[in-house]
Design a protein around this ligand. Structure first.
Ligand SMILES: *[C@@H]1O[C@H](CO)[C@@H](O)[C@H](O)[C@H]1NC(C)=O
Ligand SMILES: *[C@@H]1O[C@H](CO)[C@@H](O)[C@H](O)[C@H]1NC(C)=O
Ligand SMILES: *[C@@H]1O[C@H](CO)[C@@H](O)[C@H](O)[C@H]1NC(C)=O
Length: 444
């Protein structure tokens, strides 16, 4: 009898063990990098005179609440609760050790009065605003030099009401570079989750000169024809993880960057340790992009399990002459594409220059890109890999890349070497004539 019970217990524990190890396998996540944490103190925007009627301007209420958080410095930080309602406000700054919590039905809405929008200095790695010379508008929600900040809640919305900005861009009457929706500069331990970001004036979420940033379980939406509404742009930042997101915008869903030309080269701040996982969405431009601003260098990028449909280019790795910098050690795997114009594009002639002072001899280095387990259906063109004449792209590996469509043309390659294993349609000569396929074979 005792033996039977023992055996039963043993079996049970084996089953349990198997269960838990299976669960761990499923839940590969970087939530450990910046764990969700509670806050000892909770305050509400209504305690500071906030009115969620969609008409009252709440800038002063947000500023007063956040001023209080930064000056009382409660142990364990403070949560600023935003109840259901529409909270119209101008741009505001966050502070360290705070959580901005949007309850179900809460919408923080940006004012459309662009004339009173604050201006800030350009980023040193850009030397000017990204789209126009001079200063740039401050992001709607901004953080500079912060630590331990969480934006989360119950699927509340941060709405940039960007159409006024898009129209100014279309009419060419923008005085300065448009604001991002959320920007963190020089900050660390940032978690953004369980929130909807919509209609950003420009890029949606922009961590720049940051480390340890997690963006997970968010929805990012903007119309297909909205200009430059990139989803998430990790820029000159270390350890950034973007996972479990749905993104549908008017520009690249995720674009990893590190400044441009002489400004980015001089500032020399790379993007490294970037994880992009379980991202789904569509865009007229790229699904997953690296560049074209890569002057500080981009390396150690891991992209896996992405699902891209109704999109211009599935994977787009782009740089330019005069950029300098590098793109190295990029691994992209388990990609599903459907209805894309081009499956893959790796190009050395993309993106404009900040000014004419760029050094034409500053050639980027592109080396060690592994692209494996890609399946594409309804692909109009498989793609192109076009390096730079005096800086050919090296160790480009395509492995188990199967694209299907009504081909008008096959791959186009130039100034590139690497390897291709199990690639359909048949890969270009440049990838098949190389000796060293071991790095590519070993990557599988
Ligand atoms: C959150 O909102 C998005 C966008 O409206 C929606 O697609 C998603 O299902 C919502 N998630 C939950 C858990 O309600
Ligand atoms: C994702 O966010 C939604 C609300 O936006 C929430 O209901 C859900 O529990 C979240 N999932 C995880 C895994 O955090
Ligand atoms: C390449 O990048 C991965 C992260 O994607 C990292 O784990 C690995 O150590 C890097 N390899 C080298 C040689 O730096």
């Amino acid at each position: 009898m005792a033996i039977k019970i023992l055996a039963a217990l043993c079996l049970l524990s084996m089953l349990l063990l198997r269960c838990s190890s299976a669960e761990e396998e499923e839940a590969v996540t970087c939530s450990g990098i910046v764990p969700m944490r509670g806050r000892a103190e909770v305050i509400s925007i209504t305690d500071f005179g906030g009115v969620g009627d969609g008409l009252t301007l709440n800038t002063a209420a947000f500023q007063a609440a956040i001023f209080r958080i930064s000056h009382l410095r409660r142990r364990g930080g403070t949560l600023l609760y935003i109840p259901a309602g529409v909270w119209l406000t101008g741009s505001f700054d966050l502070t360290s050790h705070m959580t901005l919590y949007l309850a179900k039905g809460a919408v923080i809405k940006a004012t459309q009065d662009t004339t009173k929008w604050p201006l800030i200095d350009p980023l040193p790695s850009y030397g000017r605003g990204r789209e126009l010379p001079g200063q740039r508008y401050k992001s709607f929600i901004h953080g500079n030099g912060l630590h331990d900040v969480i934006i989360t809640g119950e699927n509340g919305t941060i709405d940039g009401q960007g159409d006024v900005w898009w129209n100014m861009w279309r009419q060419r009457i923008l005085p300065f570079t448009r604001p991002n929706l959320v920007e963190f500069m020089h900050s660390g331990n940032i978690l953004i989750s369980n929130t909807i970001f919509q209609n950003s004036p420009f890029w949606n979420i922009h961590p720049v000169y940051c480390s340890n940033v997690v963006v997970r379980n968010v929805t990012i939406l903007a119309p297909f024809d909205s200009p430059n509404t990139d989803g998430v742009d990790p820029d000159s930042s270390l350890n950034v993880c973007i996972e479990d997101c749905y993104i549908s915008t008017g520009d690249d869903l995720v674009a990893v960057k590190s400044g441009w030309d002489e400004y980015g080269i001089a500032y020399g701040r790379p993007s490294s340790g970037i994880t992009i996982r379980r991202v789904t969405g569509s865009s007229p431009f790229a699904g997953i992009a690296i560049g074209s601003e890569t002057s500080g260098g981009v390396d150690n990028v891991l992209v896996e399990n992405v699902n891209i449909y109704n999109t211009g280019i599935g994977i787009h790795i782009k740089t330019n002459i005069g950029r300098g910098g590098y793109i190295k050690n990029v691994s992209i795997s388990d990609v599903y594409l459907n209805k894309v114009r081009k499956g893959l594009r790796i190009a050395g002639d993309v993106g404009d220059h900040p000014d004419s002072k760029f050094n034409p001899n500053a050639l980027p280095v592109v080396d060690g890109l592994i692209i494996k387990n890609v399946r594409g259906e309804n692909v109009l063109q498989p793609g192109s890999i076009q390096g730079i004449k005096n800086s050919p792209f090296t160790r480009i590996c395509l492995s188990n890349v199967k694209l299907f469509g009504d081909w008008s043309q096959s791959w186009k390659c130039m100034d590139v070497s690497g390897a291709a294993l199990e690639v359909q349609p048949a890969p270009c000569q440049e990838l098949t004539s190389t000796f060293d396929v071991s790095f590519c074979a070993n990557a599988v």
